[in-house]
Design a binder for this molecule. Structure first.
Ligand code: NAD
Length: 504
């Protein structure tokens, strides 16, 4: 990712292709447009220009994709694990070979700075490799002998599954769901977010060129209420892996009720970072800034509430303010840029709306709080101080580069405030007192907690949230637990006594 000009040069021919062909569906190995012929327009958050037309699909296209996934399922399921492993590694190789193309497209489509997107494609490849290596053992089970039976368990893939993804880091998140599903032996229908359709259409082409059989991965573009809804209601789709907003998760649960869908939800967050006065404050400052201002703050694991001990708050917040004011807002394809434009005009007005909310609620705006002149959906990185946890700026997931700082006095206060939220995805604790770290992490309601660290993902560990932040876990074997069914088989080891009915 050398410089802005080189990145724009790399992007230009890719955009030309998309402009000419539009973004269509990919079903049973074939590219197609929506059968109704309708489309919607995808624009770049950078300068609001049109990128391309995108197929606006609905029930018909979802039905065709679900049928394709169903037809491809037996062969893919029956393929030896070692062969699935080989195909998935070939896909990882192919993603790595296109990593720079994926990175510039993702930046242009989402507004995410290239400094982060450059690694997103490589992390996508790593997801394929990690689950590829686990494919051969995915079906392994237990032997649980009883006095009369040899009981064994094995796992079998659940069937065709639906994957519905959001617009923040769409490529990486899609691979995070699709790779374990394929490794488990499931086939997939993917419905990408309407605001960021480009890299999903690239991914399926990369997969098939690398040897994935047609129909194993299908992509249907469209709106959530149309294509997304149809996918969650389709009877041939056995499970839905969903990443997105909490309220969409509730809707999907309702929509999937009639067909008894198994669901896996990775939802929103309002994650606290707790900074105690005994912590390494310089490192805490770096991590707190990174976890809310990287990826434009459009990040489910962002530390959007800073709980800072009153005894150090003034000094900590002064240093924080200076750093926030110094963040480099700019073109996302410029490697120097730290904050790019937000995904969409509607999202910009949602985020910017909280500036007025903060003023109305009586918080102070220590940094930012402004919307620069367009074009582009830019917002100044913002820090709210003098906030309390009952304010909307402390309760709502704003999903932008916006941090709400709340002081606390005691450890007990910190835990109470941290848990006083509808969400429970992550928490970050900064303290050098080991016993405090043990107490606090034990009592915080969150699926993932890091102590003296920013979020560092390790693929074998469980990823997911509690409360309104989600249901289920990804990572390690937890992903296979979702995409596979446990099966028990009991073999009689001898002529044990069988109750005789109907003999008088
Ligand atoms: P969203 O819920 O609006 O949309 C996500 C996807 O769901 C899109 O593809 C959309 O088209 C689809 N969808 C919308 N309505 C639907 C319906 N009725 N039926 C089926 N599908 C439907 O979310 P978003 O705005 O795209 O993404 C941001 C959200 O995602 C934030 O809340 C963020 O915290 C969350 N997120 C969570 C994680 C996590 O791991 N917990 C990771 C990334 C993002």
């Amino acid at each position: 990712m050398t410089d802005l000009t080189a990145n724009l040069d790399r992007l230009a021919p890719l955009l030309r292709q998309f402009r000419e062909s539009g973004v269509g569906n990919h079903i049973a190995g074939q590219r197609s447009q929506a059968t109704s012929g309708t489309h919607f327009t995808n624009t770049s958050p950078v300068d609001e220009t049109e990128i391309c037309a995108v197929a606006r699909s609905g029930e018909d296209e979802i039905d065709a994709a679900a049928r394709a996934a169903k037809a491809a399922f037996p062969d893919w399921r029956n393929l030896e694990g070692a062969s699935r492993k080989a195909v998935l590694h070939q896909i990882a190789d192919a993603i790595e070979a296109r990593a720079d193309d994926i990175a510039v497209l993702e930046s242009w489509d989402t507004g995410q700075p290239i400094r982060f997107m450059a690694k997103a494609a490589l992390r996508g490849a790593e997801n394929f490799r990690f689950f590829a290596d686990r494919a051969p053992a995915a079906r392994d089970g237990h032997a649980l002998p009883s006095p009369t039976l040899m009981n064994v368990t094995t796992r079998v893939p659940i069937g065709p599954v639906g994957v519905i993804t959001p617009w923040n880091t769409p490529f990486m998140l899609s691979t995070w769901k699709i790779a374990p599903a394929l490794a488990a032996g499931c086939t997939v229908v993917h419905k990408p977010a309407e605001f960021s359709p480009l890299t999903a259409s690239l991914l399926v082409e990369i997969c098939e060129a690398a040897g994935l059989p047609p129909g194993v991965l299908n992509v249907v573009q469209g709106l959530g209420e149309e294509a997304g809804r149809a996918l969650t209601e389709h009877p041939d789709i056995r499970a839905i892996a969903f990443v997105g907003e909490s309220k969409t998760g509730s809707a999907i649960m309702r929509q999937g009720a009639d067909t008894l869908k198994r669901v896996h939800f990775e939802l929103g967050g309002k994650n606290p970072v707790l900074v105690f006065d005994d912590a390494d404050l310089d490192r805490a400052l770096d991590a707190a800034i990174f976890m809310i201002y990287s990826l434009n703050g459009e990040r489910c694991t962002s530390s959007s509430r800073l709980l800072v001990q009153s005894s150090i708050a003034d000094d900590f917040l002064a240093k924080l303010t200076a750093r926030v004011e110094n963040l480099k807002v700019g073109h996302p394809l410029d490697p120097a840029t730290e904050i790019g434009p937000l995904i969409h005009a509607t999202h910009l007005s949602k985020v910017a709306g909280y500036f007025d909310t903060a003023r109305r609620e009586g918080a102070a705006i220590a940094a930012g709080g402004t919307v620069p002149e367009g074009p582009g959906h830019y917002v100044a990185p913002t820090l709210f101080t003098k906030a309390t946890n009952d304010m909307a700026i402390a309760r709502d997931e704003i999903f932008g580069p916006v941090l709400t700082a709340i002081p606390f006095d005691t450890e007990e206060d910190a835990i109470r405030i941290a848990n006083d939220t509808a969400y429970g995805l992550t928490a970050y604790v900064w303290t050098n007192d080991l016993t405090r770290a043990l107490r606090v992490t034990d009592r915080i309601e969150a699926g993932m907690i890091w102590v003296n660290s920013e979020n560092v993902r390790h693929l074998p560990t469980p990823f997911g949230g509690v409360k309104a932040s989600g249901i289920g876990r990804d990572g390690g074997d937890w992903s296979f637990e979702f995409y596979m069914e446990q099966k028990h088989i009991g073999f009689a080891t001898g002529p044990h006594k069988i109750p005789k009915l109907g003999q008088g």
